[in-house]
Ligand binder design. Structure first.
Ligand code: CA
Length: 227
């Protein structure tokens, strides 16, 4: 049965906690389904039925960190991590697993519902159906939007120009001079401007994917995008 506000998947081994959350979500008009571990999560998400996942960190089998990382390879579904330990929040943020929000136990069920709504709201305008695409890099020429593994990377128009040139031909090595041509007709664009754009793009990407070496420096020549 689907609900107007969306179906929420709760992965939580503590049944008592899950029951309360399910209850509050349903009272608020959401649909909610609960699993005690992550063994079925990929299959369930692949059905496309769920709008968001509430994912506990400490779980039997694969823990929430591993599940989140695995999910992000195939899906941009909003994920809120739940953790009992404040120090895990630091780890969660540091790891940049691609979770959308974090909530610390003990929480009030109302707080959970509020977070669910906030995350769904944040996602709503930017999450059309084609988000299900599994291509890691999407460059929308019309809207100037770049998505990497489903995460929207906010680029300036200049960064977008540069990035879409690199992204159009992954693996190709571009010299700085060739990249400057991307800006042909624009004043005040120099070699070092290319470098500073690349630096800024890398910084933006690293906020989501700190270990991803997407735009690689090619010594003595320029850059290439490898994905
Ligand atoms: Ca747990």
């Amino acid at each position: 049965m689907s609900s107007a506000k969306g179906e929420i998947l709760i992965i939580e081994d503590e049944v008592a906690i899950a029951d309360i959350v399910v209850d509050y979500l349903k009272r608020d008009g959401f649909g909610a389904e609960h699993r005690v571990d992550g063994s079925e999560v990929q299959t369930l998400v692949a059905t496309g039925r769920f709008a968001l996942i509430l994912l506990d960190v400490m779980l039997p089998g694969l823990d929430g960190f591993e599940l989140c990382r695995a999910l992000r390879k195939t899906s941009a579904i909003p994920i809120i991590m739940m953790t009992a330990r404040v120090e895990e929040i630091d780890r969660l943020i540091g790891l940049e697993l691609g979770a959308d929000d974090y909530i610390c136990k003990p929480f009030s069920p109302r707080e959970v519902v509020a977070r669910v709504k906030a995350v769904l709201r944040r996602h709503a305008p930017n999450e059309p159906q084609q988000q299900e695409s599994t291509h890691p890099l999407e460059i929308d020429q019309d809207s100037f939007i770049v998505r990497l593994y489903g995460k929207k990377i906010d680029l300036t128009p200049s960064e977008y120009k540069l990035f879409s040139a690199l992204g159009a031909k992954p693996g190709r090595v571009w010299s700085r001079a060739q990249l400057l041509d991307v800006f042909s007709g624009e004043k005040d664009v120099f070699d070092r401007t290319i470098d500073s754009h690349v630096k800024n793009i890398r910084k933006k990407i690293s906020q989501f994917f700190p270990e991803l070496d997407l735009i690689q420096s090619v010594y003595g020549i320029g850059y290439r995008l490898e994905i």
